[in-house]
Design a binder for this molecule. Structure first.
Ligand SMILES: Nc1ncnc2c1ncn2[C@@H]1O[C@H](COP(=O)(O)OP(=O)(O)OP(=O)(O)O)[C@@H](O)[C@H]1O
Length: 471
């Protein structure tokens, strides 16, 4: 469904111009004043509002206040012909998404509206629509992930034993769940166990159960996880950590489809689908004798290999946006997106901890970010270090991995910020002097500052820290 932009202005020529420009990416509704705008908002599913400041029947702040009160998820962009920066700043304080001063470049406004709509969609959870999200709770549309989704769909209904291989944090547990959910066992609760997390002395009784008195501490008869998973799926994570004796017992259970509790002689039939996973190189472990070959053959009936995140960098932006949108409601941060430089760094970093590491990097950034987008400097130092802008020594190779647009955007943003900080520091937060020195109109200068997440207050005096740092 096409998003809907409401344009509010009392000049017909402006409405006509904006309908044409914005019509390329959205359905455009127009209102020639405050009253019509409020009526349309009541009846139409508006996604974004672009509104003039001064109109015959009132001012844009009235529309802004109504939008914030009634439709808080709808971004509001203010247009002002009067270069009335204090009012525009007031509008930003009251929750406007951004403002533009007339005359403006229509394409720039269109880009701004598109950004606002995209962020609103993310915050509304529209990225969760099946076609955008990926599959079964997994995000990512890279060729590798699409192939994975197809494989899961093919394998899930077969009841075959599955072995999931992949580096730590690549999503092996999610895949195991997806397979269960797409199988005929989906109505039963799956059982998951991390073999590395259970003390070695207990793992056998956990998996296979025990009879009362079979060892010290076995006070009652107890069924193991295999029995608990009867008619369902058992997910054994970190299977490479099992000791040889447990490997042998597991092999027997898979052969006979029956378990014998510790201290019992009778066998109990179990109907369990086994999915196992490891980040270890099981083939190599088989070669060295650390993993039983017969168990390896039983487990690898069907192998699903998860690619590391660095090999599917195109999945990073949707994953990062998803983690941001998921965590934003609990955090005090108002960040709803990433700066171009931050996103480039996220895509360049090698992510040894894969998706789990990305998720925690985004969550940590949200805790410290004070602006409306996550900036490069809010990311963990190791991720910042991957930014092409910071890697001056090897930057040619890394730069070459970016598209032209990404590289130029990232460097422009970085240069913008560094320049503004330097000038503001030099003039100790005096925006008039700084703007005059820079040769930029005062209101444009304000806007630049705000885009970079800088505030004049940060430079007014050095009392907040010996180094004058902001955060
Ligand atoms: N494609 C994905 N989409 C969304 N979230 C993902 C995706 N892949 C992984 N995650 C998230 O990343 C984190 C790690 O995933 P998961 O626990 O499945 O990895 P794992 O490969 O089992 O890790 P380990 O080998 O360390 O056990 C989880 O929070 C999971 O929800």
């Amino acid at each position: 469904m096409k998003p809907t932009v409401l344009v509010v202005d009392d000049k017909a020529n402006m409405l006509a111009l904006l309908s044409k420009v914005l019509g390329k990416s959205a359905k455009v509704l127009t209102a020639r004043g405050v009253r019509t705008a409020l009526q349309l908002l009541e009846t139409e599913p508006v996604t974004t509002v672009v509104c003039d400041l001064r109109m015959n029947d009132g001012d844009g702040l009235e529309v802004l206040r109504a939008v914030r009160a009634r439709w808080p998820g709808v971004p509001f962009i203010l247009m002002t012909a009067y270069a009335s920066v204090p009012t525009a700043v007031q509008a930003m304080r009251e929750g406007a998404y951004d403002y533009v001063t007339k005359p403006f470049d229509p394409d720039e406004l269109r880009a701004l509206v598109e950004r606002a709509m995209a962020q609103a969609a993310v915050l509304k959870g529209e990225h969760d629509a099946p076609e955008a999200q990926g599959f079964a709770g997994m995000t990512g549309r890279s060729p590798a992930m699409r192939a994975l989704y197809q494989l899961i769909e093919r394998v899930a209904p077969t009841d075959a034993t599955v072995l999931i291989l992949g580096e730590t944090g690549t999503g092996k547990e999610l895949v195991a769940r997806a397979i269960h959910e797409h199988s005929s066992r989906a109505s039963h609760r799956p059982i998951a166990v991390n073999c590395a997390a259970i003390p070695r002395s207990l793992i056998e009784s956990e998996l296979f159960g025990h009879a009362r008195g079979s060892f010290t501490g076995a006070a009652t008869d107890r069924a193991g996880l295999f029995e608990e998973a009867h008619a369902s799926t058992l997910f054994l994570d970190e299977i490479g950590e099992l000791r040889p004796t447990v490997q042998a017992k597991l092999t027997r259970v898979l052969e006979e489809r029956a378990v014998r509790r510790i201290g019992e002689s009778r066998e109990r039939k179990v109907d369990v689908r086994l999915i196992s996973a490891t980040h270890r190189d099981l083939r190599a472990m088989v070669k060295t004798g650390a993993f039983r070959e017969d168990l390896w053959f039983r487990l690898n009936v069907c192998v699903v290999e998860l690619p590391p995140l660095r090999e599917r960098a195109e999945d990073i932006p949707p994953l990062a946006q998803r983690f941001l949108a998921e965590r934003a409601p609990q955090s005090r941060s108002s960040a709803s997106g990433f700066s171009a430089a931050a996103m480039s760094a996220l895509q360049m970093y090698r992510w040894p901890g894969n998706v789990r590491e990305l998720k925690s990097a985004v969550e940590r950034a949200l805790v410290i970010e004070t602006t409306s987008e996550i900036r490069l400097e809010s990311l963990p130092p190791e991720v910042q270090g991957a930014s092409p802008l910071r890697l001056t020594s090897s930057s040619d190779v890394d730069l070459a991995q970016l598209s032209y647009r990404e590289a130029v955007d990232a460097s422009r943003e970085e240069m913008n910020r560094r320049y503004l900080e330097a000038v503001m520091r030099r003039f100790r937060g005096d925006v008039l002097k700084a703007a005059a020195h820079a040769g930029v109109e005062r209101e444009s200068f304000y806007r630049l500052l705000r885009r970079c997440g800088l505030s004049a207050d940060d430079f007014r005096e050095e009392r907040r820290g010996t180094d004058g740092s902001k955060n």
